[in-house]
Design a protein around this ligand. Structure first.
Ligand code: HEM
Length: 408
């Protein structure tokens, strides 16, 4: 949920309050060194720097260690979300682009629909959707996991929650791709603007329709809510649903892909979940810790000292679950994937007031998907000669994950 930027131009000059020895050119959108191995990249910088400054994409500080990142997530007075935005849509993403106490007023409206109890009610439907997608994959010998499963399940679940028709899936897949992944140049900007306009129009119509005739879905549940004693405006409901789209699709897509890539490359670990499916929730948690692929950004609110450096008001700051998930100062044997890890307090879902609203939903999708898939497709691998391709950005993840089924 940071701003996608155009491919890196030559790095601009570094501001004079940044010590030269703390400059390190991370480009998490396009940097070949980052994209070649996002996991190893974080391991490398974390051991070299507690904090560093990258001149790319307008320049930003980057914290690398658990305690600092965890504290920064809590300190909304020092590190603001006000400037979280996306191109082509310079509006509020509610509630993520607000700081407390404004943030709390909107967030509380969404807490109930995403509570564990509500998600429990959705599980049977998620299982049905995951089951049918796996059936289709099971009829193919070779496939791109992204196309047949990873992109489709979260999109279908999103449509289900909002009460939107399943046949809108292709449009949502396209909007997700264009808005989040297309970048660089005037043509990309125009495509993004168009996709944003189309999605905005679609959601505005869905909100208007439910304002006239409520149904049993999330939008209808939101509309009668109040903010400060006045009715929630339809435009605010659109901004909230828009955020759910931005936050709830690409993240689960990436999580599924990271998990499946790991399981394809580690048959011995896959065998453990096949023998003992009750391990799946812990396996999901551990893979979320290990990969923690979403790096949010903040804006520094005033001149201050943090993590031993001087930051100025208006500086940008990246918080890095991707680095801190494997910080050995916090997690014993941080570099190992251990499905039976105890006290796995990762921050893949963030921390503090903006902690992921959809974490219960995301976990349900991942656990059910892993269970349904492995009942039907227990053996698979990345075909020889094929290479997984990654995209960078606020969310880093595979965007091509070729798999082939193997005989039992
Ligand atoms: C594995 C999947 C997911 C991961 C790793 C993830 C991660 C995160 C993180 C790190 C944040 C904090 C952002 C910040 O501090 O600026 C966040 C916030 C958020 N997430 Fe998720 N997320 C996932 C899935 C979902 C899903 C499925 C939804 C809902 C459909 C969702 C909705 C949100 C919302 C609305 C926020 C903003 C909360 C606020 O500002 O109060 N996320 N997520």
């Amino acid at each position: 949920m940071t701003t996608p930027s155009a491919p890196s131009a030559p790095a601009p000059p570094v501001p004079d309050h940044v010590p030269p020895e703390l400059v390190h050119p991370l480009d998490q959108w396009n940097g070949p060194d980052y994209l070649a191995d996002p996991v190893g990249y974080w391991d490398g910088v974390r051991e070299r720097f507690r904090v560093f400054y990258s001149p790319h994409h307008g320049g930003f500080w980057c914290l690398t260690r658990y305690d600092d990142v965890h504290e920064a997530f809590q300190r909304t007075d020092l590190f603001s979300n006000r400037f979280v935005n996306i191109p082509g849509r310079p509006v509020r993403l509610l509630p993520i682009s607000l700081d407390p106490p404004e943030h709390t007023k909107y967030r509380r409206l969404l807490n109930k629909p995403f509570s564990p109890m509500q998600i429990e009610r959705l599980k049977a439907r998620i299982r049905e959707l995951a089951g049918s997608l796996t059936e289709v994959a099971g009829s193919l010998e070779r496939f791109d996991f992204m196309d047949v499963f990873a992109a489709r399940l979260p999109t279908q679940v999103f449509l289900q929650i909002l009460g939107l028709p399943l046949d809108a899936e292709q449009r949502f897949l396209e909007w997700n791709y264009v808005i989040i992944h297309v970048q660089g140049g005037a043509e990309a900007d125009a495509r993004q603007k168009q996709a944003n306009d189309d999605l905005g129009a679609y959601l505005t119509a869905a909100v208007a329709e439910r304002a006239c005739s409520p149904r049993s879905d999330l939008i209808s549940e939101l509309l009668p809510s109040e903010i400060d004693g006045r009715p929630l405006e339809p435009a605010e409901a659109v901004d909230m649903v828009y955020l759910l789209f931005m936050a709830g699709l690409d993240t689960v897509i990436a999580a599924l892909a990271w998990c499946w890539r790991y399981l394809a490359e580690h048959p011995e670990q896959r065998a453990r979940i096949l023998e003992q499916p009750a391990l799946i929730p812990d396996a999901v948690e551990e893979l979320l810790r290990y990969y923690s692929f979403l790096q949010p950004t903040r804006t520094v609110t005033r001149d201050l000292e943090f993590a031993g450096v001087h930051m100025r008001a208006g500086d940008r700051l990246m918080l890095t679950p991707g680095s801190v998930g494997r910080d050995r100062r916090h997690f014993p044997h941080a570099g190992e994937v251990a499905f039976d890890r105890s006290a796995n307090r990762h921050i893949a879902f963030g921390a503090g007031p903006h902690r992921c609203l959809g974490s219960h939903l995301a976990r349900a999708e991942l656990v059910i998907a892993m269970d349904e898939w492995h009942k039907r497709i227990p053996h698979y691998r990345i075909p020889e000669g094929e290479t997984v391709r990654f995209h960078g950005g606020a969310v880093t993840g595979p965007d091509y994950l070729p798999l082939e089924r193997l005989p039992a």
